[in-house]
Design a protein around this ligand. Structure first.
Ligand SMILES: Cc1cc2nc3c(=O)[nH]c(=O)nc-3n(C[C@H](O)[C@H](O)[C@H](O)COP(=O)(O)O)c2cc1C
Length: 184
């Protein structure tokens, strides 16, 4: 298990080839086994490929052009994150009305589900990066509106997935748990 955790990497460059439906379903299934408070199973997945992915590109482009009106090069390079990705899965978490604690717990559960998907991509010879910023649009309303999520859902991750077209980078040095742990 430790080896699998150490080997997992964020992959950002993908081949153009499509990801098979069977593999996508394996990723989605892996997510559903994540721990979650009171079995609320608070996740929902929006799968974007082909036409829908093209439309998302337009949403992202509109956002970036508005945000960086004087930086066309930045807009262009940022867009590559999705124009060169064959599969995007947007993951949302359910908001529990009037219960901030449960809403937070839902986000924690969805984060666990995303981690399960991330590890599963490795098993399937795929690569993935969890994006929130830039074209990830997790903190913006544009993507929420585009996918048709309800006001009882919040976005947690925009997962860019495909067959890797980059060498796996070596692991960025991690701080030892000894510096992050207080034994009480
Ligand atoms: C909540 C979250 C948000 C992230 N958002 C982005 C992002 O917007 N863009 C990006 O390139 N990577 C993003 N990442 C990936 C991290 O940059 C990456 O995990 C980190 O650099 C460590 O590298 P590793 O995953 O290969 O160990 C995100 C990761 C997490 C967990």
């Amino acid at each position: 298990m430790l080896e699998a955790l150490k080997n997992r990497r964020a992959i950002r460059q993908f081949e153009t080839r499509e990801v098979e439906r069977e593999k996508i379903e394996s990723l989605l299934e892996a997510a559903t086994y994540a721990p979650n408070d009171r079995m609320r199973e608070p996740w929902h997945f929006y799968v974007l490929q082909g036409d829908s992915l093209k439309r998302y590109e337009q949403v992202a482009l509109d956002y970036l052009e508005k945000r960086f009106p004087t930086k066309p090069h930045l807009v262009e390079s940022s867009m590559e994150a999705i124009t060169k990705t064959p599969l995007v899965i947007v993951v949302t978490s359910a908001i529990v009305d009037g219960d901030e604690g449960a809403t937070k717990d839902n986000t924690f559960a969805v984060s666990s589900a995303i981690m399960s998907m991330w590890l599963m991509t490795e098993q399937l010879d795929l690569g993935m990066v969890w994006r929130t910023r830039g074209v990830g649009l997790v903190h913006e309303t544009a993507l929420h509106t585009f996918i048709g999520a309800s006001d009882k859902e919040q976005l947690v991750g925009t997962l860019c997935i495909g067959y890797p077209a980059e060498e796996k980078a070596s692991m960025k040095k991690r701080t030892s748990f000894t510096e992050k742990t207080t034994w009480l």
